[in-house]
Write a protein that binds this ligand. Structure first.
Ligand SMILES: [Zn+2]
Length: 136
């Protein structure tokens, strides 16, 4: 059964450790997170394609005051974390948590750093969710 092209399906795939994009079967445009409708040619004929999970850092920010779940993980003013936009080998960019870089030394984080996908699991049982991250 085909899954709907929504962020809910995208998150479901993350739980299966798959980074999936929707691809327009008419013009080939890739959407990540997936879209049900192509904004280039207005076709609604989409298919799922799995991304290889390799890319490079296109932009980043270090975050000192994050959302509650990040504070609960121990991130704060003294222990910042990094999020960024990853440009995938297949073309599209996606924002994700960036691991394996020192968020305390943003001057040492280089645009263009090669990254590979990582799936971060948080919580237990019913509350378990998988978050998209990339690591250097
Ligand atoms: Zn299209």
């Amino acid at each position: 059964m085909e899954r709907e092209f929504t962020s809910a399906s995208f998150n479901q795939f993350l739980g299966e450790k798959k980074l999936m994009a929707s691809k327009c079967t008419k013009c080939g445009a890739l959407y990540l997170p997936p879209r049900p409708l192509c904004i280039k040619c207005f076709s609604s004929e989409m298919e799922w394609v799995e991304m290889k999970g390799k890319g490079k850092l296109a932009a980043f920010t270090t975050i000192y005051v994050g959302p509650t779940f990040m504070i609960e993980e121990g991130y704060d003013r003294n222990n910042p974390y990094c999020t960024g936009v990853v440009e995938l080998e297949e073309g599209p960019g996606i924002s994700a948590r960036i691991l394996g870089v020192d968020a305390k030394k943003p001057e040492e984080i280089k645009i263009g750093t090669p990254l590979v996908v990582d799936f971060v699991e948080r919580g237990e049982g019913e509350a378990k969710r998988t978050y998209l991250a990339f690591k250097a």
